[in-house]
Design a protein around this ligand. Structure first.
Ligand code: GSH
Length: 201
């Protein structure tokens, strides 16, 4: 399988889940500004929307959307426990967190990265994120990971997205449980391997 990625972008969550599950991936680096792959190929021919992550499966399907790709990879190795079994209530709990991370956090950061965003719009984005961080922090006070005691693909996505706070000057130091979560996940061997493979270690 081939993963189109950009270092440190949301594609890192998919890469991390693959390393956690020991699912081999061919990594193809994409320049998101030029929409060219590292080999100089046109990335828009692979994904007309021009965004990572994009996965080409072993069967030749092209799949997108980080919250779906982390599930697809985790389901290659159900014994990894990275996604709960289909049909279980825990599966829906994990999907609910994945949807929350995607729509409330991942896209909540977008105005802070977009060139030309007004200061008012940036302040509104920060305010939105602060509310969601408070909610998350309260959840992580009673739970080691999003689903309780077990690290899942949802945690990989959360860790990836929350890591962006340091690039956009969002202070999370008052969220003690988020800080604890970030530190704990960072020590996982698969995280270190993933960062190294993306040239970020
Ligand atoms: N809906 C997509 C959005 C993915 C996305 O926003 N990717 C960013 C990097 S984190 C990107 O490639 N941006 C470049 C662009 O949109 O041109 C998903 O959830 O996976």
């Amino acid at each position: 399988m081939k993963l189109y990625y950009s270092p440190g972008a949301c594609s890192l969550a998919v890469h991390l889940v693959a390393n956690e599950a020991a699912v081999p991936l061919d990594l193809v680096r994409v320049d998101l500004a030029t929409k060219k792959t590292e080999a100089g190929d046109d990335f828009l021919a692979v994904n007309p929307n021009g965004y990572v992550p994009t996965l080409l499966t072993a069967d030749g399907d092209s799949l997108t959307e980080a919250q779906i790709l982390v599930q697809f990879i985790a389901d290659q190795k159900p014994e990894s426990g990275l996604m709960p079994a289909f049909g279980s209530i825990d599966r829906y709990r994990a999907q609910r967190w994945l949807a929350f991370i995607s729509s409330e956090l991942h896209k909540g950061f977008s105005p802070l990265f977009k060139p030309g965003t007004s200061e008012d719009a940036k302040a509104a984005a920060r305010e939105h994120l602060a509310k969601r961080f408070a909610y998350l922090d309260a959840h992580l006070a009673d739970n080691e990971y999003l689903l309780g005691d077990t690290f899942t693909a949802a945690d990989a996505y959360l860790w990836t997205v929350l890591g962006w706070t340091r690039f956009v000057n969002v202070d999370t130091s008052s969220y003690k449980n988020i800080e604890r979560f970030m530190g704990a996940v960072a020590t996982r061997p698969a995280v270190q391997k993933t960062l190294q493979e993306e040239g970020l270690a």
